[in-house]
Design a protein around this ligand. Sequence first.
Ligand code: TIU
Length: 221
Amino acid sequence: MKTIPAQPFSFPFDPQTTGLVIIDMQRDFVGPGGFGASLGNDVERLQAIIPTVQRLLDGFRKAGLSVIHTRECHKPDLSDLPPAKRHRGNPALRIGDAGPMGRILIAGEPGAEIIPELQPVEGEFVIDKPGKGAFYATDFGEILKAENLQHLVFAGVTTEVCVQTTMREANDRGYDCLLATDATESYFPEFKQAAVAMICAQGGIVGWTTETDRILEAISD
Ligand code: TIU
């Protein structure tokens, strides 16, 4: 076992069972005119982490480790979109409505695609998920088992919504979860700070947190 300096204490990991999970780095969350913007959010905050997520992804690729990308999106017929999710709040555009990047948060539309800087390559997994967590109504759990993964490094958006939800789901299923704090972002800085703090509080109640450089140093070693 190797270790990565982290909070609340060093993250022990075996490179052979370690994978990167990049959550929802889609145009709909990061770009103008997408789902995130339709909810009234400043998407530029999220754009700032793109180079860091790119460095993390490159490190995993160079080390030959598994990479899984997720996309939050729904079927074009909206059959996997609960009315409670579609009707929540008062957004400028609802999920399924036509926006500048195609229909909001719909699989196959330009807005649902992963941003060009982080495009998956052959051999990497892409999970389309209708919920905030990556396990619900997907084959994410089966892929983790098939890839023999035990240690999961998390990046992506947003920290307190889809990233934290998926980390909690993974933690409950027995995975060791490490969040790259500079490769994740929220539309609300105070929510990111709170999510990072609550993940590693109480002796790592949900998992560990650290910076991208610490992870890259450990996996390239
Ligand atoms: N991917 C993800 O976090 N979905 C969201 O809807 N996040 C918000 O912060 N709105």
